[in-house]
Design a protein around this ligand. Sequence first.
Ligand code: XMP
Ligand code: MG
Length: 184
Amino acid sequence: MAKSNLEQDILKVLVTEEELTKRVNELGEELFDKFADKNPIFVGVLKGCFIFMADLVRATQIKSELEFIGLSSYNSGTSSSGVVEITRDLQKDITDRHVIVVEDILDSGNTLSFLKKLLEAKGAASVTIVTLLDKPARREKAITADYAGFVVPDEFVVGYGLDYDQQYRNVPYIGVLKPEVYTK
Ligand code: XMP
Ligand code: MG
């Protein structure tokens, strides 16, 4: 294990590196079976998707393209405001294309319900939502993921792309922060 000064802030590990690898590979196989003949576009939601997206597309060995979208739900601290803004739009026309949305976590559902409508309005042939984590406890919008890696409890999680205040994205597993980190 590499040296780390991040781990001292982690209260507990929720999903280990081994569990992440195994589950992402399973998701890749399921996506292959569904999209092998569809030349889909993966649309990653920045920035939280970046590690999951990198692993997922390598686990899904199909002809496909990659795009990224930047969305912000005016997050202050650890909760969503409900107002979603596009901070970086898609660079490519997705009309009549099969889109696979890659998201780090489905929490209130505000972000993904906004994005699903946006992609449909842009003319996508289909929109499939893949989220690494699903936190159903705080759902505000009636939206479900087509594929979810892990269901997590109502705790703020970090690692494997997910941040707190832009930190901890490089923690290689999914963990829960010590409460004193938020109150510093
Ligand atoms: P919702 O579904 O509430 O989630 O629109 C939108 C975005 O909020 C972030 N989010 C989290 N980030 N740990 C994080 O690091 C969490 O527990 C968490 N819950 C929500 C995330 O960027 C998601 O895309
Ligand atoms: Mg996100």
